[in-house]
Design a protein around this ligand. Structure first.
Ligand code: 13P
Ligand code: SF4
Length: 374
């Protein structure tokens, strides 16, 4: 599958209460910063919990109470009693935390510029317009929209309204099964690669279509309506970078290497790998390896670096060497921002709070609850 040229723009922030880092926080060195973060955490005690996604920088995960994948972190957010949940992750993750935490808890995204470009590739308004086109082309079908966790709350709400749900990379196959129990077609958003990999896992690869309603060269709504699985044309730049030749090259150089990749990778990469799974599956795979084993990691570079530090007995190699990318959105969570939001909380001021609009929140919660039930 070729990648459509979808414009992504990291400056498309979802919230207008975004606050920039004050100049006095911009040049802190690591020793001073660590001391100040620890002092603020001592002061705040149980009022605060820090969640760190596996792709966060070392200086963030070192301060996290919980480190994990997006699904695990939403569960930690739901279980948290703290007044403040500080999310080391990207906007859609903080939104999900806000949706499932109590109304008197605040979710803080230290830098609100941390917007996942893939989530921005399926804006709810765009999907709404496209949905009208495709449902008109398939009047006798019951299409169930399923959105990957990597999407904004308004799209999750849209899916709930149309009888659909949310999924993560670890339960996408179950969400598809749910979709085909409830309806006869699935529209999967926004990640075409996770969608295609899931269709293969279920043996349904013969009836998929990739659909970009704005591409004059692409499939028409009528053609899309003939397929059982319609894939929205979104993708993650970090994971699309991996190619099959990277696996061939690393196997040639290290004949005893094993390869684990994320399901946001292209189909041919997933097919060639030894193991495929969410970031927590990747962590678990390396944690369970025998000393001396070699694992090549096909995902965001910070996670490969963490695994190498956390498991020095295992030889951890980035799948495409220096060409492996960090996630520009995750990188926005600078540890100086963490220092600032914590010190502001000590002073009784909440900065960069993510608050999903109430109506949207209720529906998005329904889409998340449906996921938790499958
Ligand atoms: P996980 O849910 O596997 O942590 O993945 C999130 C993500 O953004 C991958 O790019
Ligand atoms: Fe989004 Fe890709 Fe970054 Fe994950 S790695 S947050 S999908 S841009």
């Amino acid at each position: 599958m070729e990648t459509a040229d979808i414009e992504t723009d990291l400056s498309l922030f979802k919230y207008d209460n975004l606050e920039q880092l004050p100049p006095s926080y911009r040049e802190l060195d690591e020793a001073e910063r660590t001391e100040r973060i620890e002092a603020a955490l001592d002061e705040l005690g149980d009022d605060v919990v820090i969640l760190g996604h596996n792709y966060q920088r070392r200086e963030i995960v070192e301060h996290a109470d919980f480190i994990g994948d997006s699904y695990q972190l939403s569960k930690e957010a739901a279980d948290a009693d703290a007044d403040y949940v500080i999310f080391g992750g990207v906007t859609f993750m903080a939104e999900s935390a806000d949706i499932i935490t109590d109304d008197d808890q605040s979710v803080i995204l230290p830098s609100m510029e941390a917007s996942c470009p893939m989530a921005g590739m399926a804006e709810a308004l765009q999907v709404d317009a496209a949905w009208a086109e495709i449902t008109e082309a398939a009047p006798d079908s019951n299409i169930i929209p399923i959105t990957y966790m990597n999407s904004y709350a308004d799209l999750k709400a849209f899916c709930a309204e149309q009888g659909g749900l949310v999924c993560t990379s670890s339960n996408a196959h179950k969400a598809f099964e749910y979709g085909f129990e409830q309806g006869d077609k699935v529209l999967f958003l926004p990640d075409k690669h996770l969608g295609e990999n899931t269709a293969h896992r279920l043996g349904m690869e013969d009836s998929i279509v990739e659909w970009d309603p704005w591409d004059p060269e692409g499939a028409s709504a009528e053609e899309a309506a003939e397929a059982d699985i319609i894939l929205w044309d979104g993708y993650c730049q970090v994971h699309e970078r991996f190619r099959e030749h990277h696996i061939e090259d690393i196997r040639e150089e290290h004949p005893d290497v094993n390869v684990v990749v994320h399901p946001e990778c292209r189909r041919e990469v997933v097919e060639a790998a030894d193991v495929v799974g969410s970031t927590s599956t990747i962590c678990q795979t390396v944690a369970e390896a025998d000393p001396g084993d070699k694992w090549a990691i096909g995902t965001e570079i910070h996670l490969a670096n963490h695994l190498s530090r956390w498991h020095p007995e295992v030889e951890v190699l980035p799948l495409c060497g220096d060409a492996c990318m960090d996630c520009n959105a995750m990188r926005q969570i600078d540890p100086n921002y963490l220092t600032w939001v914590l010190e502001e909380l000590v002073e009784g001021r909440e900065r960069n709070v993510i608050e999903v609009a109430p109506g949207e929140k209720e529906l998005a919660r329904l889409a998340l609850d449906r996921m938790l039930e499958i």
